[in-house]
Ligand binder design. Structure first.
Ligand code: GLY
Length: 354
């Protein structure tokens, strides 16, 4: 499959305007959440094509990525005369690009969508790759489809006002992209100072990170094989994230992924010979910037393991890991002894001192 169309912008309003002039459509609709309506939409509302377009605004936050709000989007599209030739412009983080993408995938059997991600997480991950969906029945992304947007326009202008926790959250996915690409890219990522962010440099690194994801998705858009590389850190990471919800101390997705990466690189070391030196460098970097995921002890190990067993990426009830033999040497579909998985929880606790 061709790589998805991504534009790394220097001047988002101008480049979005030019893009909109280049595609035929009858009506344009804008989707925002309450935050992006206030903080991001004002930068775009003067763009020809967007000026005067209906704006749908939904509640912000992943807990609102659900059926009722989705139905609200369908309703507005229907009542305001959207046709199959209409365009839905999703302006927001992963919650908006996921739900807007799914609204577009399903309305009149599919209208085109364009993503303008406003968080680092959405820029390097959620908005690119065509995964769309909503949470349902208490399960994350339970309903959804693969439905690539027509284009993704990324501008780091929005990242300048992003809070530190959200910056770290997105950066965890960049670390993951570095781990599955090459040593040079990975070294750059581990040299980046997250306390004094150089946004120009970040812009360049975002472009590289997105290119990693674009290549993987182009090779395997429906996650039948190598796209599983993008699940590195997520098997343990999702279990940590779910545990944080169970304990009513929710952590951001990328924070759980950063902790998951530490565990899964430990497992990679044990199972695939991932070099100890790289494991130590990664632990050092994550420990320097990310808060410790210190809400578990050995009494939670069985719960964590059970959570991993229910991951929708598993096949035939076997926990399906993506591991590394080295930077860029990905091993998908790895079954791992339970003992090693539990040891990785110990390793994380020892590394973070709790
Ligand atoms: N977030 C992982 C993927 O898009 O496959």
């Amino acid at each position: 499959m061709e790589e998805q169309h991504v534009i790394i912008c220097k001047d988002l309003p101008a480049e979005l305007g030019a893009f909109l002039r280049s595609v035929p459509y009858d009506k344009l609709f804008v989707l925002t959440d309450t935050n992006t309506r206030e903080k991001c939409y004002p930068l775009l509302c003067g763009v020809p094509g967007i000026q005067g377009a209906p704006v749908f605004t939904v509640e912000a936050g992943d807990t609102h990525k659900e059926l009722e709000q989705l139905a609200g989007i369908w309703m507005r599209l229907s009542n305001e005369g959207a046709s199959r030739k209409s365009l839905l412009l999703n302006v927001g983080g992963g919650m908006i690009t996921d739900m807007g993408g799914f609204a577009a995938a399903t309305f009149k059997r599919g209208i085109r969508s364009v993503n303008v991600p406003t968080t680092l997480m959405a820029s390097v991950d959620a908005a690119v790759g065509g995964k769309t969906g909503i949470n349902f029945n208490g399960l994350k992304n339970e309903i959804g489809s693969f439905y690539p947007p027509l284009c993704v326009l990324i501008d780091c202008v929005f990242l300048r006002t992003l809070d530190r926790d959200n910056l770290l959250s997105g950066y965890a996915e960049m670390i993951k992209h570095g781990l599955i690409s090459n040593r040079e890219t990975y070294s750059e990522l581990l040299a980046f100072d997250l306390d004094r962010v150089d946004y120009g440099r970040l812009n360049e690194m975002v472009a590289k990170s997105v290119a990693v994801k674009q290549r993987v998705v182009a090779d395997d858009p429906f996650e039948l094989g190598i796209r599983k590389a993008l699940n590195l850190g997520h098997t343990v990471g999702h279990a940590f994230e779910s545990l944080s919800f169970k304990k009513e101390r929710p952590v951001l997705h990328g924070h759980a992924v950063a902790a998951g990466l530490v565990c899964e690189l430990y497992i990679s070391h044990q199972v695939c010979g991932f070099p100890m030196e790289l494991l130590s460098q990664t632990v050092y970097y994550i420990k320097e910037y990310y808060p410790a995921f210190a809400m578990y002890d050995c009494l939670d190990y069985e719960t964590l393991y059970e959570l991993m067993k229910h991951d929708k990426k598993n096949e035939s009830g076997i926990i399906n890991f993506t591991l590394l033999a080295d930077i860029g040497e990905v091993r998908i579909n790895q079954a791992v002894n339970k003992e090693i998985v539990l040891e990785s929880f110990d390793f994380y606790r020892e590394s973070f001192g709790f």
